[in-house]
Design a protein around this ligand. Structure first.
Ligand SMILES: C[S@@+](CC[C@H](N)C(=O)[O-])C[C@H]1O[C@@H](n2cnc3c(N)ncnc32)[C@H](O)[C@@H]1O
Length: 379
């Protein structure tokens, strides 16, 4: 065993052990508030500290390098403490989507997933990799929609356990399998998958060539990779303090070591050998209802009565209410210590995302479709 393999298995062993300590061994049956309130309080305090240790407000090179080097533990800790909040606010798909007039929230989320599957050309019976699969909402939807088989890869043990539990509950365990792993160094053999997709996940990579290179390696020659990438737009100027503040708010509140511009992502795809067949920022489409509306607090955009509860939870007032309730519960010792810090960081993210969306400096739906050439060059 090489020392890197040894380090990796040691890190995995520690993360699995910590997951059990923090979340218990009954992962899946509880979600949202009930899961949040049943955490081991001292482990939660440690998880919050591990997540926030690198996000100390600094944006200089040294601070940035710390976050990039610690991407694995940083992101693992981040999702240990935010997953229950995500489920409470958003459901089992942790991503943004476009809205048609009159379209309800869940339909819009599902359509965004169907569209990616369509662009990736996923067919019935295909073996597909979902990179950074969350708790499996998109994989369930895409497996049902296309009839394909999906392996979901995720660095966070808690989410992997939840995703497998959700698959079983939906009777999709024959089509879906969720596994623990780091997308910067995957355990799969070369040329394994017919198609690969990623939804708002590869932005957690310290270097995009790292994750795209692994995707290229495990994809069969002639196979397609489709991704909704989180990027800063061409308008973003790193030396502009206001722009950097918005990018930092997104980084801190979303556990992202560094937000890169779209051109960096496009170049990275090409650098690892992909033919980029489509690069389109879907946030640039002239939608009447903006993709970021659930975070704005603008009631005029709410499309259906059924969405009122979701909108309240994710809106500005709803988030303030949640933060206050979490603060009270923490004060009374019901919620684990550090929980308020997490809701405040999520609040910072929401503010940065809306500011970035309105000013067109940020998009969570930069769609790239890329093909691995048949002659398998660059491997
Ligand atoms: C915003 S969530 C999106 C989840 C899912 N794609 C969805 O749309 O519901 C980002 C996901 O990327 C995963 N992730 C982050 N860094 C990772 C890494 N190094 N290796 C594997 N997964 C990672 C996180 O654990 C999380 O599940």
């Amino acid at each position: 065993m090489t020392s890197t393999t040894q380090d990796t298995s040691e890190l995995r062993r520690r993360q699995a052990q910590f997951t059990e300590e923090l979340h218990g061994d009954d992962i899946g049956s509880k979600s949202g508030l009930s899961a949040f309130l049943s955490k081991n309080k001292s482990a939660q305090k440690e998880a919050v500290a591990k997540y926030l240790r690198n996000w100390d407000g600094k944006t200089d090179k040294e601070a940035e390098n710390r976050r990039l080097e610690d991407y694995n533990e940083g992101t693992h800790s981040y999702y240990n403490v935010v997953t229950d909040f995500y489920e409470y606010g958003w459901g089992t798909s942790f991503h943004f989507s476009r809205f048609y007039k009159g379209e309800n929230f869940n339909a819009s989320v599902a359509r965004h997933e169907h569209y990616l599957a369509y662009k990736a050309g996923i067919q019935e019976g295909d073996l597909v990799l979902d990179v950074g699969c969350g708790v499996g909402g998109p994989a369930s939807e895409i497996a049902r929609f296309t009839g394909c088989n999906i392996v979901g890869l995720n660095n966070n043990d808690y989410q992997v356990a939840k995703a497998n539990w959700n698959a079983k509950r939906s009777n999709l365990q024959n089509q879906l399998q969720f596994v623990k792993g780091d997308f910067m160094s995957m355990d799969f053999d070369d040329n394994t998958f017919d198609k690969v997709y990623a939804i708002e996940a590869t932005c957690h990579a310290p270097k995009l060539e790292g994750v795209y290179g692994e995707i290229y390696r495990v994809l069969k020659p002639g196979g397609t990779f489709a991704v909704y990438e989180w990027v800063m737009s061409d308008n973003y100027d790193e030396s502009n303090a206001e722009h950097r503040r918005i990018a930092y708010e997104i980084e801190v509140g979303d556990g992202i070591p560094k937000m890169y511009p779209a051109q960096v992502a496009r170049d990275a795809l090409k650098n690892v050998g992909f033919d980029v067949t489509l690069a389109r920022d879907l946030a640039e489409e002239q939608d009447e209802v903006p993709w970021y509306y659930p975070l704005t607090g603008e009631w005029k955009y709410v499309q259906t009565i059924g969405d009122l509860a979701t909108f309240f939870r994710t809106s500005f007032i709803g988030r303030k209410f949640t933060t206050f309730m979490v603060y009270l519960m923490e004060l009374l010792g019901i919620a684990p210590q550090g929980s308020t810090k997490v809701t405040l960081a999520l609040e910072e993210a929401a503010v940065g995302i809306v500011a970035g969306g309105r000013s067109k400096l940020f998009t969570p739906m930069m769609l790239f479709v890329a093909r691995k050439p048949n002659d398998n060059k660059h491997v």
